[in-house]
Design a protein around this ligand. Structure first.
Ligand SMILES: Cc1cc2nc3c(=O)[nH]c(=O)nc-3n(C[C@H](O)[C@H](O)[C@H](O)COP(=O)(O)OP(=O)(O)OC[C@H]3O[C@@H](n4cnc5c(N)ncnc54)[C@H](O)[C@@H]3O)c2cc1C
Length: 482
């Protein structure tokens, strides 16, 4: 029996495993998904094989929001954009108040964050920050005209000059997703990572978890496994699901997330975003408001999805002018809107609901207008806004602004890929998770993933998730709490 049994091999699970192994604890990881072997998959193939629910996890409400997450060895780090960012001090300070201790703002947390960052981004240091991707060039050109702050982005890529404008896994081991990085170290230290192994059931005896039921997702065979300590690192939608399904808690905390709103555009001349890196810079002028502007994936299936309302002639025209286009994204931290994960009354499943708060709707409108202006300033001739049933291609900023002013909430096309804090830690002992990542009421059940972050990061979360987990493991070991 391993000292620690970890469920999920993504950002949280991998950080936990490595830290435990370094401290001479034995570890086994069970991962529901398959191994991604650098082979180029078609978009549909990868959606069906390494994304949860084929990339579609709906937050029900007005509008319906689509959340995406990974399901493979390495978790969402295999399909993510590889942006490595620190959470702002203002947020970290609020989190320390929630914990009632100097955890996130401590020198040690900062040191650990730098170490994790270094391990993910070190190989591209030389290329950075001089390198500017084709899509970021466009955005920088516009930002200069408005005097907006633009900053180079740290990326977990071995070579950021190589094309990685592809959201479906990473070719040629170019990305430092955790399967290509942490997992090598984990295996060297004797850790075991088993793919196609889904946790189905958790058995408890009073305050202890003593056994779990694992399904082999290939042949559907079932195996009971005894556990010393169980660590749930299944991600912010699946960890709460496991807790609720197994009746280990009655309810979970609100789920925080970021909005992504994308604008598709075309230029008169070739801009060749498809052959350059996904992005190399962010506009950080509105960072304090939790808003970042950046380029997004420019791939044919994505373009087609934007154009689904259009005639086939228009789609053909856009596709044939592939080298002339780009997609820009406005990532917004909601200030009021959250989602709720509840047990479904019909099946042994969970359902996620949310509502777009009026103030966040106004925030979206404000920043969509700013991004539209930037896109036109970058030289775009036509833009398509993220509005469902929008039958308009705009070639004038004022028309686009008018359309945004007349928007109906339910017509917005919002997606999200960053979610967190559904089992957030706090000093309140009525809360789900305590300040050591232990589920209250249990002696050997821990949560170590995006679910435990106290609230919204407002930034890309992978680095903060990994640092938090690393520090929590150390905290438990130092105080002999495991
Ligand atoms: C498309 C996309 C782009 C993103 N871009 C960025 C970015 O550029 N920068 C950034 O910082 N963040 C980015 N993120 C977010 C970041 O990747 C996630 O926040 C982070 O990986 C979450 O870590 P986690 O450990 O909570 O979950 P995950 O990394 O998702 O890992 C959870 C793992 O648990 C497994 N699992 C779930 N249930 C079970 C079960 N019952 N049994 C066994 N295994 C199970 C899952 O299959 C999954 O592999 C992006 C995410 C996506 C989807």
């Amino acid at each position: 029996m391993a000292d620690f049994t970890i469920i999920g091999s993504g950002a949280g699970g991998s950080a936990a495993a490595l830290e435990l192994l370094k401290n001479k604890k034995s570890v086994e990881i069970f991962e529901e998904g398959i191994e991604y072997k650098n082979n180029r998959m078609t978009v549909l193939e990868s959606l069906s094989k390494i994304w949860r629910n084929n990339g579609i996890t709906l937050f029900h409400g007005k509008p319906i929001l689509n959340f995406a997450e990974g399901k493979c060895i390495g978790g969402s780090t295999v399909i993510n954009g590889g942006v490595i960012a620190h959470t702002n001090e203002e947020i970290l300070s609020k989190w320390d108040d929630i914990l009632g201790e100097n955890f996130f703002l401590s020198e040690d947390f900062n040191k650990k964050a730098n170490e994790v960052e270094e391990s993910l981004t070190n190989e591209n240091k030389i290329a950075h920050p001089e390198y500017v991707s084709n899509s970021s060039k466009l955005l920088i050109k516009a930002a200069k005209q408005k005097n907006y702050i633009v900053m180079p982005t740290k990326l977990a890529f071995k070579n950021i000059k190589t094309i990685h404008n592809h959201p479906f896994g990473c070719e040629n081991s170019n990305k430092n997703s955790l399967d290509k990085n942490y997992h090598i170290k984990i295996k060297k230290l004797g850790g075991k990572i088993k793919g196609k192994s889904k946790l189905l059931k958790i058995y408890k005896n009073k305050e202890f978890i003593n056994e779990i039921l694992i399904e082999n997702t290939e042949d559907k065979s079932l195996k009971k496994i005894k556990v010393n300590n169980l660590v749930l690192s299944a991600g912010c939608t699946q960890t709460p699901k496991l807790l609720l399904q197994n009746e280990l808690v009655k309810k979970v905390n609100p789920l925080n997330f970021h909005f992504n709103l994308k604008i598709l555009c075309n230029y008169n001349d070739k801009v060749n975003c498809q052959i350059s890196s996904l992005l190399s810079h962010h506009i950080r002028e509105f960072e304090k408001d939790g808003v970042l502007f950046m380029a997004s994936n420019y791939i044919k299936p994505l373009i087609a999805s934007y154009l689904s309302f259009e005639s086939s002639t228009k789609i053909k025209e856009f596709m044939s002018k592939f080298e002339f286009g780009s997609v820009f994204n406005c990532q917004i931290r909601p200030d009021f809107s959250q989602a709720k994960i509840n047990k479904s009354i019909f099946f042994n499943d969970t359902v996620i609901n949310w509502n777009l708060h009026d103030k966040d709707f106004e925030k979206i409108k404000k920043y969509l207008k700013i991004l539209s202006e930037l896109v036109f300033l970058s030289g775009a001739k036509e833009i398509i806004l993220p509005i469902e049933k929008n039958n308009q291609i705009f070639n004038d900023l004022q028309d686009a602004i008018k359309r945004i002013d007349n928007l109906n909430k339910k017509d917005l096309e919002i997606t999200s890929v960053h979610a967190m804090s559904s089992c957030s830690m706090s000093k309140n002992d009525k809360n789900i998770t305590n300040t050591r990542g232990l589920v209250n009421g249990f002696k050997n059940l821990y949560i170590m993933d995006s679910s435990i972050l106290p609230s919204n990061t407002g930034q890309h979360p992978q680095l903060t998730i990994m640092t938090t987990v690393k520090k929590l493991i150390e905290k438990n070991l130092e105080s002999n709490k495991f």
